[in-house]
Design a protein around this ligand. Structure first.
Ligand SMILES: [Zn+2]
Length: 183
């Protein structure tokens, strides 16, 4: 790849200068890359988009994905997709999920494993939701010490340092058999 190579989550331009085109998303401040690829700043249309070197496995509306949280922003999380409907994918497409209206302290942390449902594709960005019982965090760690956590009613508690925290947990939380989830 050339010097224009970008990775998911990379800042491409300020939203005041450029609009989000294909394979990018706007986090309210910056246009960021949703996939790996080569960035293309179009000065005429003032859009920034990413050309991907190969065909991607793009999830469809209604698909259930499992992925790794790549970035946590004030009102959304960006998730790198590892499985689509239980099938592994290596193309590392990202989706974004709004967390704006959730009354949970830490919906998910970077590197948590989450399951989401795809709701739409808008301007080349894949949008997902987390607010259904089987959706949410499948695997997380203690925010303070990185220790193992167990569920305690609606909260989680670290077995190392006893820190109590919140996540949007999936009803499948703790089920490490990620690939064979049943709804
Ligand atoms: Zn801890």
């Amino acid at each position: 790849m050339s010097e224009n190579a970008v990775f998911p989550g990379d800042k491409l331009a300020s939203i005041e200068e450029y609009e989000a085109g294909y394979n990018t998303f706007d986090d309210g401040d910056m246009v960021r890359a949703a996939t790996v690829g080569e960035q293309n700043l179009d000065k005429e249309t003032r859009t920034v988009s990413i050309k991907h070197p190969k065909m991607l496995s793009i999830p469809k509306v209604g698909d259930i994905i499992i992925g790794t949280v790549a970035a946590v922003m004030s009102s959304m999380i960006a998730v790198s997709i590892d499985y689509i409907n239980g099938k592994p994918t290596t193309s590392k497409v990202e989706c974004v999920c709004s967390t704006r209206n959730m009354r949970i302290r830490n919906v998910a942390l970077v590197n948590d494993i989450v399951t989401l449902k795809i709701i739409n594709h808008l301007n080349g960005t894949i949008h997902a939701v987390i607010d259904e019982p089987h959706l949410g965090v499948l695997y997380t760690k203690c925010r303070k010490c990185g220790g193992k956590v167990v569920t305690m009613r609606d909260a989680i508690k670290c077995i190392e340092c006893s820190w109590i925290d919140e996540r949007k947990l999936s009803t499948n939380f703790g089920n490490m058999d990620f690939i064979n989830l049943s709804d």
